[in-house]
Design a binder for this molecule. Structure first.
Ligand SMILES: *[C@@H]1O[C@H](CO)[C@@H](O)[C@H](O)[C@H]1NC(C)=O
Ligand SMILES: *[C@@H]1O[C@H](CO)[C@@H](O)[C@H](O)[C@H]1NC(C)=O
Ligand SMILES: *[C@@H]1O[C@H](CO)[C@@H](O)[C@H](O)[C@H]1NC(C)=O
Ligand SMILES: *[C@@H]1O[C@H](CO)[C@@H](O)[C@H](O)[C@H]1NC(C)=O
Ligand SMILES: *[C@@H]1O[C@H](CO)[C@@H](O)[C@H](O)[C@H]1NC(C)=O
Ligand SMILES: *[C@@H]1O[C@H](CO)[C@@H](O)[C@H](O)[C@H]1NC(C)=O
Ligand SMILES: *[C@@H]1O[C@H](CO)[C@@H](O)[C@H](O)[C@H]1NC(C)=O
Length: 345
């Protein structure tokens, strides 16, 4: 029983001494590092006291060894230097062009009773951003929908939209993401009403990306073409109204003319009556009443016909007499012949 207690106490003291001793002799900074793929990441190990060999493990593999005095094995991807050239107490370890493969624990071990320290390396990946469809031309007030696809990002990127450089209210878009191998693909859908020319930008970012990756399109907003049904309706109604107005004007015009003519007849009659009463002796033969123009010429022609008829009647007996074949009238023969022709015709 006493042996057990003693052994437990010794173990406790030993572990306490060991822990404080080690923690004081080897330190690693930083213990948690998040970087973007392709960048360089550094860790610093501080060792107190004399030491001979230091190793660095990344992703479970030994990648670098430091041997004191001053022999450092380095490769193109991993390197180490002493923080101060004549001081071995501080070593700076660098991973160049870091990739997602290097994500995970970075372990620094110093030979002897220094033990090891582990840091966490997180590598983020920025992929592509693309607004589908490219530049578009839309009608004013048209509801438009744009899709932004981000591929090969790790972790899931924050996707946002900007219109003419102004952030779009997140209630206007929806973003969904899904794993695609060891990275993520996101789809963001933005819906809005196109009012004026707009430069639309889709932005995707992860924590370590200083400037978000973007994709832009230009939305040219053109005025709405006229609504033909409305236009036709307007034209038809305006045309109909114009026709109606014309019709009414025409009716009024005709009515007025008729009304104006009737008094002129009466005036004429009264004038004639006045003239006749003024003096019967002064008969103007040239005067023909307007209203009776049709009647007067017919009378004249009638009289003309009468005259011609009369001459025919006078001459006819002569023709008839020639027809009888009397030789005594031979003196008048040329004249008779002429008359005969007329009768034949
Ligand atoms: C390390 O940092 C990342 C990103 O800042 C964080 O998500 C994670 O929880 C941290 N891990 C520890 C162990 O602190
Ligand atoms: C470093 O180690 C290599 C063998 O790993 C050896 O050839 C070289 O001479 C050493 N350099 C120094 C300065 O000790
Ligand atoms: C970084 O590593 C990637 C592969 O992981 C390689 O394609 C690229 O060329 C490297 N860049 C530099 C600058 O070495
Ligand atoms: C975003 O829109 C919602 C609802 O339309 C509104 O409540 C909120 O205040 C808006 N946020 C900003 C920053 O304008
Ligand atoms: C986003 O999704 C929610 C739920 O699915 C839906 O109610 C909302 O209308 C969507 N918003 C946009 C802009 O698509
Ligand atoms: C989209 O419009 C912008 C600005 O007008 C122009 O710079 C860009 O080349 C256009 N892109 C395509 C794919 O037409
Ligand atoms: C909108 O963009 C189109 C195409 O670039 C251009 O012709 C038009 O003038 C622009 N309209 C306004 C109001 O800027």
């Amino acid at each position: 029983m006493t042996v057990t207690w003693k052994s437990w106490r010794n173990l406790w003291i030993y572990s306490l001494l060991c822990t404080t001793g080690v923690s004081g002799q080897l330190q690693l900074q930083p213990l948690n590092s998040t970087v973007l793929q392709g960048s360089d990441v550094g860790f610093t190990a501080t060792v107190q006291g004399q030491w001979k060999v230091m190793t660095w493990n990344v992703g479970g593999f030994l990648v670098l060894t430091v041997v004191v005095p001053s022999n450092i094995t380095s490769s193109s991807q991993y390197s180490a230097t002493f923080c101060n050239s004549d001081d071995t107490s501080c070593v700076e370890f660098t991973i160049h062009n870091v990739s997602r493969k290097e994500s995970g624990p970075v372990v620094c071990t110093v030979q002897g009773d220094y033990g090891s320290r582990t840091a966490q390396l997180n590598v983020e990946e920025s992929g592509t951003v693309s607004i589908m469809g490219g530049n578009v031309t839309v009608e004013q007030d048209q509801h438009v929908e744009f899709m932004c696809i981000t591929t090969a990002w790790f972790p899931i990127p924050a996707v946002s939209w900007a219109q003419n450089g102004q952030a779009v209210n997140s209630s206007l878009y929806n973003t969904t993401s899904m794993a695609d191998g060891d990275s993520f693909t996101s789809t963001s859908v933005l819906r809005f009403q196109a009012v004026s020319n707009t430069t639309l930008e889709c932005q995707a970012a992860v924590q370590t990306l200083r400037n978000p990756r973007t994709s832009s399109v230009f939305i040219a907003v053109v005025p709405k073409p006229p609504d033909w049904t409305v236009l036709i309706a307007v034209v038809v109604s305006v045309g109909g109204f114009a026709l109606l107005v014309l019709l009414i004007l025409g009716i009024i015009f005709c009515y007025r003319r008729r009304k104006e003519k009737q008094p002129s007849y009466q005036d004429e009659i009264s004038r004639r009556v006045r003239r006749q009463s003024q003096g019967q002796g002064q008969v103007n033969t040239g005067y023909v009443p307007e209203g009776r123009t049709s009647a007067a010429p017919s009378q004249l022609t009638d009289s003309g016909f009468c005259q011609t008829n009369g001459s025919d009647i006078v001459e006819m007996p002569k023709v008839k007499s020639s027809h009888t074949g009397n030789d005594s009238n031979t003196v008048d023969q040329p004249g008779l012949r002429k008359h005969r022709h007329v009768t034949i015709v």
